[in-house]
Design a protein around this ligand. Structure first.
Ligand code: ZN
Ligand code: ZN
Length: 454
């Protein structure tokens, strides 16, 4: 009994603290100052590993955006269907081989150095990042940007830094990420960014740990949808919910994996004779003695995966002409993994979960595209399109003169509406067209620049 008193008191205090916190949040959200001088603004949201078939059950906020905006049946990710290559394709409009981030982890023969997402020194080094991300195009034309937590945002690409960026911290809760974005919109017009990003990784983590179609994935989907709801109500509190163009994408999908679907590479090769990078769905291999033909011969009977010499990689992947691509590429069949015996021995508990990186034509790898705002038609559905076109879309929405890319605005022409003094996105009447034609130097392909030095 004696001990129950403080326990009850503590519970009461905790409840009271919670009530006060909720009241504060409600008051604070309601008290957000109206923004009356907003210029064309794009919020690009990445839901890592969010498959298009996750939408529609437990996703009321994404459903509301679809109802008032544009929704693609799916977006086609670039190959390999990995996080870093695709995030950087989305903002540069270039295929991975053209922007240089050809995998999550890879080797550069010129630098004699390895890039990996966890290596802060390399991630923040501009030498890896080719092409021109949309925030660099914007900053060069006087538009402030805040690509917070976006791959590439921490490097001074072309010696240009975004106005606002932060060191990646995957432990930061989603609600804090949303509040951070909203606080940037609260800045005075002269300091306010017009291109902002929001990144959430819950669905990717749930996908790797448990797989798609699991209760844990359902919980992750509901969690990110709640954060989208928080973003939408934050915009509403500022009176700008109908003035901002919101683009919600994912970088790739997710396939269920299993210990029963593993190709053990040691069964084919003596791993001491090769260098291997990026294990799993897609694997790069190089013979240590340079005899890659001999390695290919050993892989002739490889099951549940395809082996390609670099020169024979399917053209539809646009995965060629980069010195960072290793001589041999192994791509597992959907849901299969390529691992070493050593890895399997060290991970005896690996039974199931999910992964990505596979052929970008695989259904499980499909990505999400939802967009809503003053520039977009409502209730519009788009046929599937490649994520190389998003740079062109964002440049159009921000009225920027784009650089040449692998993409084009054309795929969006039927879902964009005329807004105020903005002209049609049709290329023959696009706002930047005339200017660019007069300035032939701007027509130098960025792809060429991306190759330089690689
Ligand atoms: Zn990802
Ligand atoms: Zn992932």
């Amino acid at each position: 009994m004696v001990f129950n008193v403080p326990a009850t008191l503590m519970r009461f205090q905790r409840t009271r603290a919670l009530v006060v916190l909720v009241l504060c949040l409600v008051t604070w959200a309601g008290a957000a100052e109206k923004i009356t001088d907003l210029r064309s603004t794009v919020i690009l949201v990445s839901l890592d590993g969010f498959r298009p078939d996750y939408v529609g059950s437990g996703t009321p906020h994404l459903d509301s955006l679809i109802a008032r905006g544009v929704h693609a049946k799916w977006m086609i990710p670039s190959f390999p269907t990995k996080t870093f290559p695709n995030h950087y394709t989305i903002v540069t409009g270039l295929y991975p081989a053209h922007h240089g981030i050809i995998a999550n982890s890879f080797w550069d023969p010129t630098f004699q150095a390895k890039f990996s997402p966890g290596d802060r020194e390399e991630v923040t080094n501009a030498r890896w990042w080719g092409g021109e991300p949309i925030w660099v195009t914007a900053e060069k034309q006087g538009v402030r940007t805040a690509p917070v937590f976006w791959p590439g945002s921490e490097a001074p690409i072309e010696d240009v830094r975004p106005s606002y960026y932060e060191a990646f911290d995957d432990k930061r809760p989603d609600d804090v990420r949303v509040e951070k974005l909203l606080s940037l919109l609260d800045l005075p017009a002269s300091e306010r960014p017009r291109f902002l990003t929001l990144y959430m990784s819950d669905t990717d983590h749930a996908g790797h740990d448990f797989g798609p179609g699991t209760p844990e994935m359902r919980a992750a989907v509901e969690k990110v949808d709640t954060a989208i709801g928080q973003l939408l109500s934050g915009l509403k509190a500022r009176g700008i919910e109908d003035q901002v163009n919101i683009i919600i994408v994912s970088d790739h999908g997710m396939a269920a994996t299993s210990r029963k679907r593993v190709v053990v590479l040691d069964d084919y090769l003596d791993l001491k004779t090769v260098n291997v990078s990026d294990w799993g769905p897609v694997v790069s291999v190089r013979a240590r003695d340079g005899n890659n033909a001999a390695v290919m011969a050993k892989l002739a009977h490889l099951a549940h995966a395809q082996a390609y010499l670099a020169a024979d990689i399917p053209a539809r992947w646009h995965y060629s002409d980069s010195p960072r691509i290793q001589p041999i590429l192994l791509v597992a069949n959907d849901g299969w993994l390529i691992e070493s015996r050593d890895y399997m021995d060290k991970h005896p508990k690996f039974v199931r979960g999910g992964n990505h990186g596979y052929d970008n034509d695989d259904k499980s790898m499909r990505a999400t595209f939802i967009a809503a705002g003053p520039a977009f038609a409502s209730h519009a559905t788009m046929a599937p399109f490649s994520n190389v076109h998003l740079y062109s879309l964002m440049a159009y929405l921000l009225n920027l003169r784009p650089v040449e890319t692998d993409g084009s605005i054309n795929v969006f022409k039927d879902v964009l509406v005329k807004q105020g003094d903005r002209v049609s996105p049709h290329p023959e009447r696009a706002p930047w067209r005339k200017e660019r034609d007069q300035d032939a130097s701007r027509r130098l392909p960025v792809i060429g620049q991306a190759y330089a030095g690689y």
